[in-house]
Design a protein. Structure first.
Length: 316
């Protein structure tokens, strides 16, 4: 009976080790797969450009609907399952650790029929490593899911922002690729009146290149602005073929966006007085964020270079 009980204990220990090994292996594979995931673009210094994913160019017929609309629901369908799996594994290994501690004390004290100290210490170390590793992975998954949710909320906010053009009022989502409107890359310049004016004036020499690259400058006055400031922005915009103005916004979406950007700038310890810039790609996602006046020549040259070598520019 004693040998049978000892054999069962050894079998349980081996099963526990195998389970811990399998859990850690699955966690590592999942983490490696997540390396390619791109969340919210962080704010960088002026002149930063969006990350571009090369794909062969080719004419695409118009499609009124696109699978990109469903990306928020399909990007990571198993995120919550992974959080539950890692959390459950951490809890199990933690309970195992607590149960092994009395066994170690008994082995050290020389209790009758106690397992060897080395064997018990090995089991304790395995459970401790598994608990810490799975707890860390659970924490990382929770943070990743939080960032992902924030990105979805921001994407929804950006999509419904109204823009005023000569042809009427449109939403930013109307300028995505595969929509009826011409696909554009809105560049939201958020800041004071002087910052917005500098963005408009600095882009005038390359307005033709901006038009070829489908950039659409959108000056957004943050905070309270006077009628005179808005009038000066309107006057400057009328001289530029690639400028759109924020449209009438009953829902306060533009104000929400300005507050979100200012909060992100403060969290990263940067000077919010320099003005913030967001470049929206043709697929509707945020391609780049930075503070300061954009380097329009660099931005247009990058798109032109990709076009010359035959790379796709639809989703950048």
């Amino acid at each position: 009976m004693v040998d049978s009980a000892a054999a069962r204990r050894r079998c349980y220990r081996q099963c526990g080790r195998i389970a811990c090994f399998v859990s850690l292996l699955a966690a590592c594979l999942s983490t490696l797969r997540e390396v390619g995931f791109v969340g919210n673009a962080k704010i960088t210094s002026a002149g930063a450009s969006s990350e571009l994913i090369p794909r062969r160019a080719g004419p695409e017929p118009f499609k009124p609907f696109s699978n990109d609309k469903l990306r928020a629901e399909t990007e990571e369908p198993f995120a919550k399952a992974k959080i539950a799996l890692f959390g459950f594994g951490a809890a199990l290994s933690g309970v195992g650790f607590l149960f092994i501690v009395p066994r170690l004390i008994g082995s050290l004290a020389g209790a009758p029929r106690a397992a060897p100290v080395g064997s018990v210490a090995t089991d304790l170390a395995i459970n401790l490593v598994a608990t810490l590793s799975l707890a860390y992975l659970t924490y990382q998954e929770i943070n990743t899911e939080t960032v992902r949710v924030q990105a979805k909320e921001e994407g929804s906010l950006i999509a419904r922002l109204p823009l005023q053009l000569e042809g009427g009022t449109f939403k930013i989502s109307d300028f995505r690729a595969l929509r009826q409107q011409r696909a554009r890359r809105p560049v939201l310049c958020i800041g004071s009146r002087d910052f917005c004016m500098e963005c408009i004036e600095s882009s005038l020499p390359v307005s033709e290149a901006m038009d070829r690259s489908d950039f659409l400058l959108v000056p957004v006055l943050s905070g309270s602005s006077s009628e005179a400031e808005r009038a000066s922005i309107l006057e400057a915009a009328n001289k530029h073929k690639c400028v759109a103005l924020p449209g009438k916004d009953r829902e306060g979406s533009w104000e929400q966006l300005c507050q979100l950007q200012e909060e992100q700038v403060r969290q990263q310890g940067m000077d919010e007085g320099q003005g913030q810039v967001m470049i929206i790609k043709k697929n509707g996602r945020v391609g780049a964020r930075f503070v300061g006046v954009p380097d329009w020549s660099s931005l247009t040259s990058e798109v032109a270079a990709r076009t010359r070598i035959g790379l796709d520019t639809t989703n950048i």
